[in-house]
Design a protein around this ligand. Structure first.
Ligand code: SF4
Length: 452
């Protein structure tokens, strides 16, 4: 059996708990491919989508001499599963080294190393180069570990946090492709929940970082600067992004979600769509925008995206006042309705997503959201409004400065996030609404969105 240096494992939820965010981060095969290119043999396993009995991880680790197991703890909802898997593997194979990475692991690196002995290391921020350096540092003593960028590690009883000095540049990001899909060991790569996918769409990220800092977002500008060492936004060049989409389609992923819109300018999307059109790829796209699309972008989307594609606009609140306080990119409701009408003229399928429970939202603001959804139904015959509530994300602006946003946090430490029970266990109240009232408002808006 061939040797395997590094194994990435997406764990899913801990036993007995529902997987609240069933998406294997697409970064796992990207990092695996990077390591393989540097002569470090690597592979990826997704446990929630494995066939019954497909993987016996302890046996695989022993048989193939795995030196390092990498487990993503990206969003806080994935972290309980990551820690449970680390404990299980360490018990079964005590000699194997285990590293966690991702946003939540980056934020709680010291807490994880202090409280979870099964975890040997945490990589904060971008992972590919630190993992390569970490593997090369094995056996060379603490001085070598000290030189690994972004690494959090134990030295005796102390936790050491090396500087977060590596953040991939746009050029470095462009050089990372999707060929690592070939390193996924699961026999069945069919697109489905848990296999890079939400609702059957491949969640593809063309960038790292964001130019904005929306109040509830745990991946915005300030988090990136503080915890990932990222000063701006790294974006793949359009040709590299289109090449990735082509690779994905060739691997059976024809439905692609683009959930990250990190730049206020839409030029990037125009370039990507022009290239997609030129190549005639026609993927089914779900393009999620934080700002409003211009007529030009709508036309480009209509011309390049395949059948059943759609755009989603994250409007936040239906109240302009609340939107202005909470969202990085502001627009008026009139501008939103004008964009929706332009989309209808071009036959672009467009959804709008609203939130309730944002900081500063009052009863009057909530009623404005309700009124805007009704207006969209009336004026546009639009039945495609989504409503959601957010749960507190570590490192988000409102988590870092709750008093500034007038919110009361019910969870502040890692243990609180691990104890989250479900999507309505959001972990905060605002100055105008309790958590239960926010959920009641959500249900009410859902009824409005359904026309009841
Ligand atoms: S919600 Fe979107 S635009 Fe706002 S900070 Fe997060 S990634 Fe950036």
């Amino acid at each position: 059996m061939t040797k395997l240096d590094c194994l990435f494992v997406y764990p899913g939820a801990p036993a007995g708990k529902k997987n609240l965010l069933p998406i294997m981060p697409a970064g796992l095969p990207v990092m695996a491919a990077y390591l393989a290119r540097h002569k470090v043999s690597s592979a990826v396993v997704s446990l929630p989508t494995a066939r019954p009995g497909e993987f016996n991880l302890p046996a695989l680790i022993k048989a193939r001499g795995v030196k390092l197991v990498c487990i993503p703890a990206h969003w806080h909802r994935q972290t309980g599963g990551a820690l449970a898997l680390a404990a299980k593997l360490k018990k079964a194979v005590p000699g194997v080294r285990i590293v966690l990475g991702g946003y939540t692991a980056s934020y709680f690196a010291a807490a994880i190393l202090n409280d979870f002995p099964a975890v040997d290391f945490v990589v904060r921020g971008d992972g590919e180069l630190p993992l390569l350096r970490l593997l090369k540092a094995f056996g060379a003593g603490p001085a070598a570990l000290k030189r690994v960028p972004n690494l959090a590690w134990r030295y005796g009883a102390a936790v050491k946090l090396n500087p977060v000095s590596y953040a991939a540049s746009s050029a470095e990001l462009s050089a990372l492709g999707m060929e690592g899909l070939g390193l996924v060991l699961n026999r069945d790569l069919k697109p489905r929940r848990g296999m890079f996918c939400e609702d059957g769409m491949f969640t593809y990220l063309q960038a790292r970082g964001c130019a904005d800092a929306c109040s509830a977002c745990g991946g915005g500008r300030d988090f990136q600067r503080k915890h990932c060492g990222r000063k701006g936004v790294a974006v793949k060049n359009p040709a590299a992004a289109v090449q990735d989409i082509s690779t994905l389609m060739g691997s059976g992923f024809r439905r692609i979600q683009l959930p990250l819109d990190p730049l206020p300018s839409e030029k990037y999307w125009l370039d990507v769509l022009a290239l997609l059109k030129k190549k005639g790829l026609k993927p089914e796209l779900k393009l999620e925008l934080c700002g409003l699309p211009s007529q030009k972008l709508l036309a480009a989307f209509a011309g390049a995206a395949g059948p059943d594609s759609r755009m989603t606009l994250f409007a936040g609140s239906g109240s302009e006042r609340v939107r202005r306080f909470n969202r990085g990119r502001f627009y008026t409701n009139d501008a939103l309705l004008a964009a929706l009408k332009a989309a209808a003229r071009l036959y672009v399928n467009i959804w709008v997503t609203f939130t309730t429970g944002l900081p500063f939202e009052t009863r009057a603001d909530f009623l404005e959201t309700d009124g805007l959804i009704r207006r969209m139904r009336r004026e546009l015959r639009m039945e495609r409004a989504g409503v959601y509530v957010f749960s507190v994300e570590p490192g988000s602006p409102l988590f870092e400065a709750p008093e500034k946003y007038g919110v009361k946090l019910r969870r502040r430490v890692l243990a609180g996030f691990l104890a989250q029970r479900g999507r309505y266990d959001m972990g905060y109240a605002t100055e105008h609404f309790t958590e239960a009232e926010i959920v009641r408002n959500l249900k009410s808006l859902e009824r409005t969105a359904r026309g009841r």
